[in-house]
Ligand binder design. Sequence first.
Ligand code: ADP
Length: 263
Amino acid sequence: MAVIETHGLTKRYGRVVAVEDLNLEVQEGEVFGLLGPNGSGKTTTILMLLGLTEPTRGEARVLGLDPMREPLKVKSRVGYLPDQVGFYGELTAWENLRYTTRLLGLPEAEARARIEEVLKRMGLWEVRDRRVSAFSRGMRQRLGLAEVLLKRPKVAILDEPTLGLDPEAAREFLELIKGLKAEGITILLSSHLLHQVQEVCDRVGLFHKGHLALLGTVEELALRVLGGGYEILVEASPGLEEAFRRLEGVARVAAEGGRYRIL
Ligand code: ADP
């Protein structure tokens, strides 16, 4: 079953095309990576999936729901970790999660049990009574993931979750994501970092200026970052040549003996 589907999903801001004619299916239990440089349309796609911004054209379905028509249902069933996680800094980690459980309408005992479970799982149990304003970026992100898990979601959407984390914290975070996958949670992850996507994702969609330029399994795409910057060198596996030819209408593609550089 497709947990996330989009058909011709398009978002324009005036003349700026943020996302153009996106057709995507994310299957149950899959970890799907939205890969692309800054400004390529990843966040806009996510905002449309959550019903936070209205598509100019096309439609999205999440767990069979239209997020524009049923945003509350989508909000209560989908775990979302935004790129800027917002917490009440003057409240402790426990208090922040307790507030979320109230919003979710969980009964007291159930709420306490869930909060304990997710805080322990995210390695934050010991610091539960500390104010969040004193948390490092890595701790905040883990608290964000704890909050996502409070809902026991079937699908989690994580927007650049390792941005601003030091390498060790990023590594720990990727391990936590793998844990969610092992539990069968469908995950949509956006990142501009190829190695992260390669490590945790089953399939990858490569975004380029609002277009889904390439789509395939991590192995099929055999993507490699060209040192520095956001240039991506792609070694096309057989069958992908056609995709690259289509891509030439969208991006400048330099072919070098079976390799393609997307500029
Ligand atoms: P990414 O998440 O890949 O960094 P975004 O989805 O944030 O990309 O942005 C895609 C494009 O849409 C960019 O050119 C960005 O400047 C533009 N954009 C995003 N949000 C807005 C907005 N609210 N108003 C105008 N342009 C926007």
